[in-house]
Each structure stands twice: as C-alpha cells, then as structure tokens.
Ligand binder design. Sequence first.
Ligand code: SAM
Ligand code: SF4
Length: 344
Amino acid sequence: MAAPTYDWRNPGPAPTEGPLADTFGRVAGDLRISVIDKCNLRCTYCMPAEGLPWLEKDEILTVDEIDRLARLFHSLGVREFKITGGEPTVRRELPEIVRRVCALEGVDVSITTNGLLLDRLAGPLREAGLRRVTVSCDSLLSHRYAEMTRRDAFDKVSEGLEAARAAGLDPIKINCVVIRGTNDDEAVDFARLAREGGYDVRFIEYMPLDAEKTWERDKVVPAEETLAAVSAAFDLVPVAQDSPQPATSFRFADGAPGALGFIPSVTNPFCESCNRMRVTAEGAFRVCLFALEETDLRAALRSGADDPAVERMIREALWHKWPGHKINHPDFVRPDRSMSMIGG
Ligand code: SAM
Ligand code: SF4
C-alpha cells in the first residue's frame, strides 16, 4: 500500500502555542504592515496612471488597531517589523505608528518609502524611534525617473535621502527594481552611488504584481545578470550571512563604504526560508506576497475578538502556508491585489 502523501492544504489543526510556524517548519518572525493604500507616485510597474479605487478612511486600520496587532505579533515572537504601503509617509499618523511599534522590546523596525516626503519626516521619524529606512529609487536620471514614476520628483528623492542621512537614519537602503529595456543600463551607476554615498543598494527583480498586468518574463533582469554587470566594474566580496536571506549581499573589495544586495525574487525565489507575513492597510493577513487567500483580521478586531481568538486566526492561516508561490510554474496564478495594495 502506498504511503499517504502529505497535503499542506489539509494539515490538521494548527498548534495553539510555541513558535509561529507553518507545517514546513518555517518560523515567521517578520511582519510587514501596510499603513495606507494611497501613494503620491504612480510607478508603472506598480500602479496605473489614474491610481486605484482607494479605501475609505474607516476601512483602514486605525493607529490603535495597528498597535494592537503589532503587540500581538510581538508576543508571538515577531521582532522584525516593516512599515509600508502604498506610500507610508502619506499617512498623517505615521510618526505615531512608528513610535508605538518601536516601543516594543527588542524589535528591528524599518519603513519602505519612495522618499518624497522624507525632507520633512525623517527628523520626526527618527525622534519616534526609527533607526533605519529603505528608499525606493529606480533611476538616477531625472527624466527616466519621471517616466517610471509618472511624476517629476527625482530631486525630492535626493533631498529625502539627504534628510534621512542628516536625521541619523542608518543604514539607508535603496531599493531598485530592474526592468529590461527601461533601467537595466544603470546597475553600475547605482553601485557607484552605493560607494560614494555609503548606501546599501538592493537590486530587485521585477515581479508580476503590477496593477496594469503588463509584466512579462522578458522584462525580468535576472539578479545574476545585474551582479555580473556590477562585478565587471567593481571587485566585490560576499558578505557572510548568519541565516538564509532573500538578498545575496556584497561589499566593495577596496573597502569603500556601501553595500549591494541582489534579490532574485523571480529567478530564484526564497520560499523555503521565507519568514514573512503581511497585514494590508485594511487588515487582511497574508502569509505570502503571492497568496490567493487572506484572513480578515480587521473584522475580528472590530467584532470584539479577544487576543487569543485573533492569535488562533493568525496561527491557523500560517499553518496553511503553501510551500511557495508558483511563479516559475505554468499554473502560476497572480493574486488579485497588486503590490501597493499588498504592501511590499
Ligand atoms: N511606496 C513605497 C515604496 O515605493 O518604497 C512602499 C510600498 S512599495 C509597494 C514597496 C516596494 O515594492 C518598493 O521598493 C517597490 O519598488 C517595490 N515594487 C512595487 N512593484 C513591484 C514589482 N512589480 N516588482 C518588484 N518590486 C515592486
Ligand atoms: Fe507608490 Fe511605492 Fe507603488 Fe511606486 S512602488 S506607485 S511609490 S506604492
């Protein structure tokens, strides 16, 4: 008789205590919280020119609701928090949200932002307890930046990066989505920026999460190719990593400041060691960036569920986490939500 095969879709009840784990033994310790769906840019690889149907104010989690969820996840062992969006700096209460999450013991908190509003927010965010920041920027040519984001705002990003430095945020990471035929000729320029400015530049493969669904595999520049282009210009030394990381990281062999990371999200996804979870702006819990199912935590919070009940929902959802997204399989199905609605 054939041995029964394990079915992750039908794994039996989730554990009620112990680490926040799935059936593949992955322990989730990283939570990305989207604090708003709106954005002040319209990046072509993320959002349509006309924007998206925005959530009503009362549909978005309140500061207290975010605080409660952050505490609950913290009590379950989560120590890495990323505040994202949409564009998190567009939310007026961002410093207060950051202050509350940073107040949790032993946490590493970061925000991912397009940087446009950092000129006025870097200081208040630092005062709220933020130590580091990730700024997204996909071109160092202002006309190309304007084409890619549909806003002529490159100078604002530069000012934002300077403000982040002046406020003492460190490290400052720069996320660059590399798209074939659009900005793939700029990898060496970004590496030079990392050296000269002491930034940690991370090259990210273009993922099928654009709202307009114009993603094509041919537009993906494999991380290996970007690494080869940069390595031809600079001698790089790999950085040893204690645990599996999505990015392969390098420093400059000549001791110049800055670092580089290459994230093969499409060509070599890191699903086997993925420890990430997400809560969208309206409180939907997602156990994978590409998840097709989500758990409505806002409904639970607003219907008076106590923490143990919400914890059970979280554990149950995570227990059903799939082995990995099927981005490289013919039966891959895109999620309905695009990147800004998930919280990257
Ligand atoms: N608005 C903020 C920003 O741009 O940094 C935070 C939210 S944004 C959705 C988070 C990250 O997702 C950004 O670094 C952005 O470049 C990245 N992103 C958006 N769409 C993407 C796509 N289709 N493929 C890969 N990365 C994407
Ligand atoms: Fe806005 Fe970030 Fe999406 Fe660009 S990538 S449209 S900045 S949410």
